[in-house]
Each structure stands twice: as C-alpha cells, then as structure tokens.
Design a protein around this ligand. Structure first.
Ligand code: GUN
Length: 280
C-alpha cells in the first residue's frame, strides 16, 4: 500500500504559514497585491483565476483582476501590463494562459517586469533558475518540490525521471530536481523505450496531459509517483496522467488527482507574491 501524498493538507499548511507572514508584513505597513489578467472566458481559466483570487483573500493579501474580452488586442494587453509594471501598489502580475490565438504568449510574458513575474515564466526567471540564481520559480514544479520535502522524501542522489518537457512544468521541474542534487532524465513523446526509461525512476514525475497513460508497467516497484495531469474522463470525473488504481499498489507514495499537485500550484503562487516584495 502506497502512502497517499495529500496536496490539499500540505497546501493548507503552506497557506497558514503565508497568512502569518502577510499579517506580519501588514503590521509593518507593507501591503501585498497580485494583479490577475484573464483574456476571454476559457472555462478552465475562469476556475483557476477564481481560485487564485480566493487564495489571496484567504492569506490576507490584495488582488485586482482584469477580465478582458476575447477580442482584446495584443497591444491593449501590453499597455495594461506596462501600467501594472509601473504601479507601486501592484507586486505581482499574472496573465492567465492560454491566451486567444491572435495574441503571442511569449511577447506577453516578456513584457512583464521580472520583479513582478510571480508565475516564473519570464525568460529572465527561467535563466536565473538554470544558473542557480535567485528568481521566481514556476509554481507547479516548485509545489512538487515542497510536496516531496514535506512528505519526508529524500531527493538528493535519487534517479528522477520527468515525463513531459513543457516550459511551465517539465523543464523547470528538471532544473529544480537538479538543484536538489537528483540525477535527472527528461523523457517525452519521442523518447525511445519509454517504459525502460521511466522504470529507472526512484521518483517519477508525469506531466504529459494524457489521461491514465501511466500504468504499473512504467513504474519501478517502490517508486514515488507524482501526477501533474488534470484530465476529464468521459463520465466527467477528474483523472490524472497516471492510472491511480493500477499504479498505487506497486509504488511507495503517490499523489491523487484531484488533491495532489493541483492545490500546491496556488500555494506557491501566493508564496511568490509574498516573496515579490523583497525584490521590489
Ligand atoms: N495556465 C495553466 N497553468 C497556469 C499557470 O500556472 N499560470 C498561468 N498564468 N496560466 C496557467
């Protein structure tokens, strides 16, 4: 029987710590505010944005939100970001992705002041992570490191396989594991002998966006399995990229979906908002 890594409980613990920090900062006259921008009304984005604003409220920091219509031009969005970059009363800027097709995400991300880049997506933030300098770290991989550490799972010296190579999860995840002294492999859709590669992992992190793709034949017995996927099954139930029922009996610890990695992303975003004040 595997230990179930409870992301909901661990994220709550982090939010309580952040609540205390925010209260102390307030006592010293420092307010923290996150600006959240959403363009259009992608249903998943609406849920994420609402939860991010609720998270701010929960830990006692401010949020201002901009819900812009689908037809917003790239220039209008860039102008708003410029204004928010200049505002002293805004500490963090988050542009919810995906953006509509007529807006170039890379251009938008680059327009955010790296000192306010609480998502950690700006090339300067990614570059800093790559060479081990301080900077904002992408929230989902940062949350996974916290899940592992707070569950007492040793990372140093372990064989870690990250399945998925996205800029938001796979690549920063690999860099963070490396920073924790793991031996890291990134596997992806073109990896040869995938099962052989994933079966080497002491810690297997799956972020491929394919429902229940990972069955027990991809997993070394006793491995720790972290599932980043959030997919909907035909019956509308949420499921991960890992076939939980099949894999759970053979691994030593596993994250459920929902209630594993998901809640950690917002906790780490809130952490980045609190930390942003130090950079400004
Ligand atoms: N879309 C999916 N995940 C994220 C995230 O972590 N940040 C932003 N800004 N957009 C997302």
């Amino acid at each position: 029987m595997a230990a179930i890594i409870d992301g909901k409980a661990i994220s709550l613990q982090i939010k309580e710590e952040l609540k205390e920090k925010a209260a102390k900062m307030k006592e010293q006259g420092t307010d923290v505010t996150l600006a959240v921008i959403q363009v259009g009304n992608n249903p998943a984005s609406c849920v994420y944005v609402r939860n991010k604003k609720k998270g701010c409220e929960y830990i006692g920091i401010g949020s201002v939100s901009y819900e812009l219509p689908e037809e917003t031009t790239q220039q209008e969005l860039l102008d708003l970001i410029t204004q928010l970059n200049e505002r002293k009363d805004v500490n963090g800027i988050l542009v919810q992705l995906p953006l509509p097709d007529h807006i170039d995400e890379d251009t938008v991300i680059k327009a955010i002041d790296p000192k306010k880049d609480v998502d950690g997506f700006h090339p300067q933030s990614v570059g800093a992570l790559c060479i081990g300098q301080p900077g904002f770290v992408s929230c989902t991989p940062a949350g996974i490191i916290q899940l592992l550490k707070r569950s007492g799972i040793e990372i140093a010296g372990k064989e870690c396989v990250v399945l998925g190579r996205s800029n938001i999860v796979g690549k920063p995840m690999a860099l963070l594991l490396l920073r924790e002294n793991a031996t890291v492999t990134i596997a992806h859709s073109r990896t040869a002998n995938l099962k052989e590669v994933t079966s080497r992992a002491d810690i297997l992190i799956v972020a491929v966006g394919r429902p229940k793709m990972i069955t027990r034949d991809y997993v070394k017995p006793g491995a720790v399995v972290i599932d980043v996927g959030i997919n909907r099954e035909e019956n509308n139930k949420l499921c991960g990229d890992v076939d939980f029922e099949d894999v759970e009996p053979v691994c030593s610890a596993i994250t459920p979906v929902p209630g594993g990695v998901g809640p950690m992303t917002i906790a780490m975003l809130l952490n980045n908002c609190i930390e942003s004040v130090k950079l400004q």
